[in-house]
Write a protein that binds this ligand. Structure first.
Ligand code: AFP
Length: 343
């Protein structure tokens, strides 16, 4: 089944149009990433940062290109009310006045791109017409990511309430992008392309709502490991995971580091830090991936515990940053017990 067909079952044409537009844009981003990057082609070159974003990160040519590819497609969608991205945080209103606000990180992990590591794109969709300020992660209707590795895949969760889909028990759904030449030749591939955008994304698998519930962690992805030098509790936590014989799998790109938790059906990703030093962006990275992980039975935390779940946290500013832990409930609870809020 193609992505256009699957999203058609949502019974919401605006939302379907947005998800298809995102998939089209991500296919274009994947194509841009496959440039050769040799001298003279600075598309994917890490040695030619063009500018800095509001967070102070260097922007590569491909960061700027990816942002434009996603933004242009979203702003043509009737369902979009506003867009905001990690590369351009202004909440830009669409001329169409749709129901949905989209926040995205067009290219997450650009600092590891030069090493040809896997990278990704992240998105969250809220029902909001004016601003995301005051909304929470629980107000999202869909969120997910694209993973650009040896294969290009897209995985997302849609909150099923109100939708007429037959697969209401589905926690998250994953599609694979096939180059045009492969359509119809891959096992199970349909020869009917996406009717919108004409870019084929074939259904790969679904993750059920309990995929991570009561899961045993197999991998751990401890971000900001430098904090173990000043935070003995983080050092103890990492030693616990090593003693428990979890496998270390951390690349420095949040998308593959979190995506593996779904594929492995268990594990933990964390990036602990006091608020003043936090790196990860609440709106563009953390809430969408927390929504995705929670949709398949995992949990998420910014260290503040049950009293203030991460997905209930109200957005005070689209540029907020936060610490985070995502993954198997048992390990996220251990993170909270051991580290908690660091402020
Ligand atoms: P870049 O997009 O600048 O490479 O940043 C990636 C990221 O925001 C996230 O994907 C990683 O989990 C995190 O930074 C890595 O941070 P550390 O370098 O502190 O591990």
């Amino acid at each position: 089944m193609q992505l256009g067909e699957w999203t058609g079952r949502l019974g919401d044409e605006q939302l379907r149009g947005i998800l298809v537009a995102l998939s089209d844009a991500f296919a274009e981003v994947a194509r841009a990433l496959r440039q050769d990057g040799s001298p003279g082609d600075d598309t994917v070159s890490t040695s030619s940062p063009t500018s800095h974003n509001v967070f102070g990160d260097e922007q590569l040519a491909v960061d700027v290109l990816a942002d434009r590819l996603v933004r242009d497609r979203l702003l043509r969608q009737p369902g979009v009310s506003l867009v905001t991205s990690e590369e351009d945080t202004a909440e830009t209103r669409s001329a169409h006045g749709g129901e949905y606000a989209v926040a995205y990180d067009p290219l997450d992990g650009s600092s590891v791109l030069g090493c040809n590591f896997a990278v990704g794109s992240i998105f969250g969709i809220w029902r909001a017409t004016d601003t995301l300020v005051g909304k929470s992660g629980n107000d999202m209707v869909a969120a997910g990511c694209a993973v650009y590795g040896p294969r290009t895949q897209m995985v997302f969760a849609v909150r099923p309430e109100g939708y007429k889909m037959p697969e209401e028990a589905v926690g998250a759904v994953e599609f694979i992008h096939l180059p045009s030449s492969a359509v119809g030749t891959a096992p199970g591939a349909s020869s009917t392309p996406n009717t919108v955008g004409n870019i084929p994304w074939r259904h790969l698998r679904t993750f059920d709502r309990n995929a991570l519930t009561a899961s045993t962690a197999k991998v751990f992805a401890p971000g900001n490991l430098r904090m173990t030098a000043t935070l003995p509790n983080y050092d103890a936590l990492v030693r616990h995971w090593m003693a428990a014989r979890l496998t270390l799998r951390y690349t420095g790109a949040m998308v593959p580091d979190v995506y593996q938790l779904l594929v492995r059906r268990g594990g933990i990703f964390c990036n602990p830090s006091p608020a003043a030093d936090a790196k990860l962006r609440l709106v563009y990275e953390v809430l969408p991936l927390a929504f995705l992980v929670e949709s398949v039975g995992g949990t998420s935390s910014d260290g503040h515990g049950d009293a203030a779940p991460l997905l209930s946290r109200r957005i005070a500013d689209v540029c907020e940053r936060t610490q985070v832990a995502l993954g198997s409930p048992e390990e996220v609870a251990r993170f909270e017990r051991t580290l908690g809020a660091l402020d």
